[in-house]
Design a binder for this molecule. Structure first.
Ligand SMILES: Cc1ncc(COP(=O)(O)O)c(C=O)c1O
Length: 391
């Protein structure tokens, strides 16, 4: 059994990460990596590669592509040809490459805010328009949930070159149901829009939830889709920067690979080695334990906020280790991120980074020990209480 209650110390003064970014008294619940060590089989792979001594160039091998394809078959009965698998230097660079081949100054990138902040950067990086079909907040007691605004989606998709979808969704933790996926995909195909499905969180399922990759819905959809996956969130190896673009259509893949080659986006050898082990199945028992721990953390977060922060609302995420908290009805004026950083010494993620609907919200990372999560929430509760008493 893995003990997720014990965390290694990442506060090395010569390193710059979420633990060293702020002063020591701040609890870091912001960047989306977990505080847990990666599973032992991955660490063994890295040790073995280092012990061999030569840190030379490596290319994605056929065996690695076969391993990725076999994982898709095992998880979803999705038959991917190994040659459809392209290794990428992570997922942000992969969707940036896709935008370069699919978007123009007239056909922009369609996103659904509030969404992972890097989605909002594509427009600036590639100088293309951004089209937004914001998700709509639904409120039930103190639980919030978001749904697709189909009118907005249908209006915006006509002007898009690419639809960048986040499923499971960061920061909202939504797993889109197949009927919604199908409808979005059909609209994209109708308007000749490339679908890029960022599925980096697909294996971080909570409470026994199931996930359906968009491209498995039909051969027609698969032909129009680039699916982006990575072991990095699931197995906590994001610093190795290795992901995969699954591109079944040969012509689309050739265009994608040409752009990658122009940009010289070579994947690091450790990233490739780790991915092979991560997707081999050797880490799957660790993953089931992780999911159970994260599910319990999610439940704890939801219960704690419901019981102790009565005016706050939050999501009950089906996937990811990210919670989305709504403080718009509380006594905090201005940014809750700033409020809690100053008054609770807890660093979360500013909601506005995820789009205009994020004002008054923040994202919290619960991929940490229960002890630390409890400490952060208690500090936040006390800061809220003090705020009431001083008003
Ligand atoms: C939806 C999503 N895509 C991509 C990334 C980052 O991917 P990478 O570090 O491989 O570029 C993240 C990280 O939080 C994410 O949440």
């Amino acid at each position: 059994m893995t003990n997720f209650n014990i965390l290694p110390n990442r506060r090395n003064p010569n390193h710059l990460n979420k633990w060293t970014w702020y002063p020591k008294d701040i609890l870091p619940m912001w960047v989306a990596d977990m505080d847990f060590p990666a599973p032992k089989p991955i660490l063994d792979t890295i040790h073995k590669a280092a012990d061999q001594g030569v840190l030379g160039y490596e290319l994605p091998s056929l065996a690695l592509k076969q391993t990725v394809a076999a994982r898709m078959d095992k998880l979803y009965k999705w038959k991917v040809r190994p040659e459809a698998v392209v290794a990428t230097t992570g997922i942000v660079s992969a969707f940036s490459v896709a935008a370069r081949i699919a978007c123009t100054p007239k056909r922009g990138v369609l996103i659904q805010t509030p969404v992972y902040n890097e989605f909002l950067e594509v427009q600036h990086n590639i100088q293309i328009p951004q089209l937004d079909a914001p998700l709509v907040k639904q409120i039930k007691g103190n639980i919030i949930h978001y749904e697709i605004d189909w009118t907005a989606f249908e209006k915006q998709v006509k002007h898009a070159g690419m639809f960048l979808m986040c499923n499971p969704h960061n920061p909202l933790g939504i797993i889109f149901p197949p009927k919604d996926l199908l409808r979005m995909a059909q609209l994209c195909i109708k308007h000749n829009v490339l679908i890029v499905s960022d599925e980096i969180h697909a294996e971080l399922l909570l409470g026994g939830k199931k996930f359906t990759p968009l491209a498995t819905l039909s051969a027609e959809i698969a032909k129009h889709t680039i699916t982006l996956i990575a072991p990095s969130k699931t197995f906590n190896t994001p610093g190795l920067f290795c992901g995969f673009a699954i591109i079944p259509d040969d012509k689309l893949r050739a265009r994608y690979e040409t752009e990658v080659s122009h940009l010289r986006l070579h994947v690091s050898s450790f990233g490739l080695f780790a991915a092979q082990t991560a997707y081999s199945g050797k880490c799957d028992s660790w993953l089931s334990e992780l999911r159970a721990y994260l599910t319990a953390n999610r439940d704890f977060l939801v219960d704690y906020v419901s019981a102790h922060m009565p005016d706050a609302r939050l999501t009950n995420p089906d996937a990811t280790y990210l919670g989305w908290l709504d403080f718009t009805q509380t006594n905090i004026h201005g940014s809750p991120f700033e409020f809690f950083l100053t008054h609770a010494k807890v660093a979360t993620r500013e909601g506005l980074l995820f789009g205009p609907g994020g004002a008054g919200h923040l994202r919290i990372n619960f991929g940490t020990s229960r002890k630390l999560l409890t400490q952060a929430l208690e500090r936040m509760r006390k800061a809220l209480l003090k705020n009431v008493n001083t008003q």
